[in-house]
Design a protein around this ligand. Structure first.
Ligand SMILES: NC(=O)c1ccc[n+]([C@@H]2O[C@H](COP(=O)([O-])OP(=O)(O)OC[C@H]3O[C@@H](n4cnc5c(N)ncnc54)[C@H](O)[C@@H]3O)[C@@H](O)[C@H]2O)c1
Ligand SMILES: CC(=O)N[C@@H]1[C@@H](OP(=O)(O)OP(=O)(O)OC[C@H]2O[C@@H](n3ccc(=O)[nH]c3=O)[C@H](O)[C@@H]2O)O[C@H](CO)[C@@H](O)[C@@H]1O
Length: 436
């Protein structure tokens, strides 16, 4: 059943966005900036209050402007509870529950329970949260039906994944192609119409919601597995006495080869988690799991490189540059750098002194992160008297460092470069550089 409403332009189409996080808030602004009347709904009153008083706080100033332009106007109204709307977009968290080995769909269920009593015939519910295949039709569909007055045939239900790249959210929000898959043709058409009016990219329709859900997971699984190949090849290269990155550059001269960059592992909100959703109803997940393990093992590998270079870690001062999960963002969710810092500072067998106490003095410097959970140091204070410097994140600020000035501040000369930030000049400055 499709909605008869016109989309965008005159404010007559109403869109509720449930969950105002990294995905939901920009999405709410997208439709509000395109002439819809948007209700931004979040269950955290504090979050709504902060938005009202301080505005958006993304590390992309253009995105903040884009959101703030409509925040507090009639185009984007903030609410704690669901209201009636032509469209309901579900952008709530879907964390992975490692104990159960399954996606935690409790937020998605709660959102659907809240939407159900507000649904009218012809309204459309679109799931944007990343979910295991089948969730939209089964979990969301059943929850909506059970908690409201409408039969499934009378409202539209579709999945439309979000693919914005943190760091370039605004450009990707407006420019990316979209996939839409409804539980029937009318639902697909209703979802397609909404996005077609708001984004510049093409809209690709999937045969059903499960195919769209699978396609989203396939994208992130593909990237995770390709990074794992790069990481494994980098370790193998070092076993052969070969420096990985120049070898990769040569390999990539082949027209059908495109090796990604090795690094200290894969972090962020999506790649370390999304591949796991595929194993929920399938016994055929092998390479995908192995790729996850390879990527997760890179933190330990960087620690090994450091240990090899220093002899023993006990009593050493280590400057770690970068806490964010990737360059030029402030996000530390699932960050390999964070795990590296935590293990290094822990009293483990590997790094313990005879007394069994942690003896590593870790000093983290990250010009993007303001994370109260970890003590952060300025560049020069982190380097002062350090035995080793480890690059864990490829922030632009680190590419401009002068190796002569670095070696001058340090006590010893070890550099472990997990991000390809150093070149020959670092050797020439007298630094012992171990590169991934
Ligand atoms: N962050 C990304 O880059 C990204 C990209 C693509 C897809 N995704 C997916 O999008 C979804 C949302 O991710 P996020 O990063 O925006 O999460 P987030 O944690 O930043 O934001 C989620 C928001 O939902 C709110 N919320 C929870 N339950 C609610 C409910 N019942 N009703 C209304 N609001 C509720 C929370 O208070 C929070 O503000 C996840 O499934 C994620 O996997 C994320
Ligand atoms: C398929 C795809 O592109 N999906 C994107 C991805 O966004 P992301 O920010 O998580 O993605 P990346 O930039 O790939 O970073 C991930 C980690 O991998 C490390 N890395 C990267 C490249 C490399 O060559 N070597 C590496 O080691 C990097 O440092 C970081 O830790 O998921 C979002 C949510 O679903 C999507 O919306 C978004 O489209």
């Amino acid at each position: 059943m499709t909605s008869g409403s016109a989309h965008g332009g005159d404010g007559t189409t109403t869109v509720s966005v449930h969950g105002l996080g990294y995905v939901g808030l920009p999405t709410a602004a997208l439709f509000a900036n395109n002439g819809c009347t948007v209700y931004g709904i979040d269950t955290q009153p504090d979050k709504l209050e902060t938005l009202r008083t301080e505005g958006a706080d993304f590390r992309e100033s253009e995105l903040n402007d884009y959101v703030d332009r409509v925040l507090g106007t009639d185009a984007l109204r903030l609410r704690e509870r669901p209201v009636q709307s032509d469209y309901h977009l579900v952008c709530v968290p879907t964390p992975f529950d490692h104990e159960r080995g399954a996606a935690d769909l409790s937020y998605v269920r709660a959102a659907a329970e809240g939407i159900a009593p507000k649904l009218r015939p012809g309204d459309t519910v679109i799931v944007e949260s990343t979910v295991p295949p089948g969730t939209t039709a089964n979990v969301v569909g059943e929850t909506l039906e059970r908690n409201g007055d409408l039969l499934r045939e009378t409202f539209n239900l579709a999945f439309c994944p979000e693919t914005v790249l943190p760091g370039s959210i605004l450009d990707e929000l407006r420019g990316n192609d979209r996939i839409v898959g409804g539980i029937d043709g009318e639902a697909t058409a209703a979802a397609r119409d909404l996005f077609a009016d708001a984004v510049d990219g093409d809209i690709h329709t999937a045969p059903d919601a499960a195919t769209a859900e699978f396609a989203k997971l396939a994208q992130n699984t593909h990237r995770d597995a390709n990074i794992a190949i790069a990481n494994e090849l980098a370790k193998v290269a070092r076993d052969h006495g070969v420096v990985p990155r120049p070898a990769f550059d040569l390999a990539n001269e082949h027209p059908r080869v495109d090796l990604l960059h090795p690094g200290p592992g894969v972090g962020g909100h999506c790649l370390p988690v999304d591949p796991l959703y595929l194993g929920q109803h399938s016994d055929h997940v092998q390479l995908i799991e192995h790729a996850r393990a390879v990527n997760d093992g890179m933190v330990e590998y960087v620690q090994e490189l450091l240990g090899d270079a220093l002899g023993s870690l006990a009593g050493k001062r280590v400057a770690v540059f970068g806490l964010a999960y990737k360059g030029n963002v402030a996000d530390t969710r699932n960050s390999p750098a964070r795990r590296f810092v935590e293990t290094l500072a822990e009293p483990t067998a590997k790094v313990a002194t005879d007394g069994g106490e942690s003896a590593v003095d870790v000093r983290v410097h990250d010009p993007h992160v303001t994370d109260a959970a970890v003590d952060l140091w300025s560049e020069s204070a982190a380097l002062a008297g350090a035995d080793a410097l480890v690059f864990m994140t490829d922030h632009d600020e680190f590419t401009g460092l002068d190796p002569e000035a670095v070696v001058e501040r340090m006590d010893d000369n070890v550099v472990v470069d997990a991000r390809g930030l150093t070149d020959e000049s670092w050797h020439e400055a007298g630094l012992d550089v171990r590169r991934l």
